[in-house]
Design a protein around this ligand. Structure first.
Ligand code: FAD
Length: 475
């Protein structure tokens, strides 16, 4: 059995694919090609299916939901005018687009022909209670100039050092880890020798993100801003190794928005998979692997059907496999993920609202006053009292006119992943909802109140999307 981790879609999508003993026995009757079943129709499962079909295998993808996309999904909310609109309620931008380019190219297609991607010039707009604001630009010289203006030259020099450090980490781990087909720490050590202490230091594995960022910036607001990248992979800046500062550099390589939202990306991948001959089966939850004589024979669906397979790619949450949700044999390949070691969950809000008081960009971050306290509360299993709020203003794609009326917003607040242990009480979710709106307001953004918004605002802590991660979806 092999566990395969592969970064396939952007820096966020570290896919855990578990391939259990490929066996040349369960050939597809029509073609005698080896059969592979991919479990999970998220971005990772779709990408794996496209790749495997391109390699000549007979691929069936099973997805338990009636829709494809997994976390990359859109929800419909009232538009405040009697209709509904679709809001991306998962990923909102792409990074490392080269990964997708090569996936499409290898499948005989072109990404640009299938999807309209637009590079963002403003990566994110940041705001604090004291009225300070800072944009991160695709062009670091522009970011530097803004840092000089808002925080002074010394902090701008810290920015120079920080960017160089993030780039160095990225380059150090790019080939052996980020783009390696089977990245493991052991693999890293094997390539470079266990005794390469210089390398260990270069990838900054011994410090936390927070400490490393603190070595470059004095101002607590800039520390918040650059440490926040730890949360992109579900980590707390106060626990995550500083190696993850490479995410900051990944954004410098480019951030793209997708015309039509992430649903368009899911659709393009599904089309590509279909064209490569992948059988896409939605509403088909997998119950267990069928393993005989130590070899995988297929995947049993909840409905009782057995899909014969020579190999299985389980592109669902590794924690779900570790919990036995793909049967005991698969469980043995992964092992449990203790609650304390889970990555962060999220409380999210998809809504339409009329906005005032703050010039929203596409990506915006409104920082809480007590960053350390925020992550301590999450660690203790509570929703934060004064959350940092990420807001994606989905109608504010650069080069388009700002919306005249109600606009689509998607808000994310970091949350503990404990929904499967003890669901978050409504009163706590309500309190955090108020704190979220208060945070926006304290940073200058007023959202329209009234029936339209209240009806459209939905809180979700993600259990529905990923039940074993302790997420509790309220939809
Ligand atoms: C709120 C949020 C915002 C994000 N923002 C970004 C962003 O801006 N940019 C970015 O690049 N990334 C972002 N990410 C991360 C990105 O969404 C994920 O990394 C990516 O979507 C994961 O894809 P996946 O296919 O690996 O997993 P998933 O999307 O979780 O897919 C797993 C699939 O497996 C299915 N499944 C599970 N069990 C079974 C079973 N037994 N049988 C059949 N099917 C099963 C699930 O239903 C699901 O569809 C964000 C994530 C979240 C939650």
């Amino acid at each position: 059995m092999h566990k395969v981790c592969q970064s396939r879609i952007g820096d966020y999508a570290v896919l855990v694919q578990t391939i259990i003993d490929p066996l040349p026995t369960a050939r597809s009757a029509e073609t005698s090609r080896p059969r592979v079943v991919v479990v999970g129709g998220g971005l990772g499962g779709l990408a794996a299916a496209v790749d495997l079909a391109g390699a000549g295998l007979a691929v069936t993808l099973v997805e338990r939901h009636p829709w494809l996309g997994g976390k990359a999904r859109a929800v419909t909310v009232p538009d405040g005018r009697g209709g509904v609109v679709s809001v991306d309620a998962g990923p909102t931008v792409l990074t490392l687009r080269g990964v997708l380019d090569s996936l499409f190219r290898d499948a005989g297609a072109t990404l640009d022909e299938r999807l309209a991607l637009r590079p963002a010039q403003v990566l994110a707009r940041h705001a604090w209670t004291d009225g300070a604001r800072l944009d991160l630009h695709a062009d670091p010289a522009r970011t530097r100039a803004e840092i000089v203006e808002v925080f002074g030259e010394a902090e701008a020099r810290g920015f120079d050092r920080h960017l160089a450090a993030c780039r160095a980490i990225y380059e150090e781990v790019r080939d052996d880890f980020i783009f390696a087909p089977r990245p493991t720490l052991l693999g890293l050590a094997r390539t470079h020798g266990l005794g390469d202490l210089g390398r260990v230091a270069r990838i900054d594995v011994h410090r936390t993100v927070w400490r490393a960022v603190g070595a470059h910036f004095q101002d607590p607001r800039l520390r918040q801003l650059f440490a926040r990248y730890a949360t992109y992979t579900g980590g707390s800046p106060f626990q995550t190794p500083a190696t993850l500062n490479l995410v900051s550099h990944v954004e410098q390589l480019g951030v793209w928005t997708v015309a039509g939202g992430m649903a368009a990306l899911v659709g393009a991948l599904a089309d590509l998979a279909g064209q490569r001959g992948v059988e896409l089966r939605t509403s088909s939850p997998a119950r267990a692997l069928r393993v005989e004589g130590g070899r995988v024979r297929g995947v049993e669906l909840e409905a009782g059907e057995l899909l014969p397979a020579d190999a299985v790619v389980a592109n669902m949450d590794a924690g779900a496999i570790g919990k036995g949700l793909l049967g005991p044999q698969a469980q043995a390949a992964v092992g449990p993920v203790p609650v304390a070691r889970r990555s962060l969950s999220a409380l999210t809000f998809a809504m339409t609202a009329t906005t005032a008081g703050f010039p929203l960009a596409y990506h915006n971050v409104f920082f809480g006053d007590d960053y350390q306290g925020e992550f301590q509360q999450i660690r203790q299993g509570r929703l934060p009292l004064d959350p940092t709020v990420y807001a994606c203003a989905q109608d504010r794609v650069e080069g388009t006119h700002p919306p005249a009326a109600a606009e689509r917003l998607f808000l994310i607040v970091n949350a503990p992943a404990r929904g499967d242990q003890a669901p978050l009480p409504d009163v706590e979710v309500d309190r955090c909802t108020h704190a979220t709106m208060a945070r926006l307001s304290r940073c200058g953004l007023q959202l329209s109140s009234g029936a339209g918004r209240a009806a459209a605002c939905r809180a979700c802590t993600w259990r529905g999307a990923a039940p074993t991660r302790g997420r509790a979806c309220r939809w």
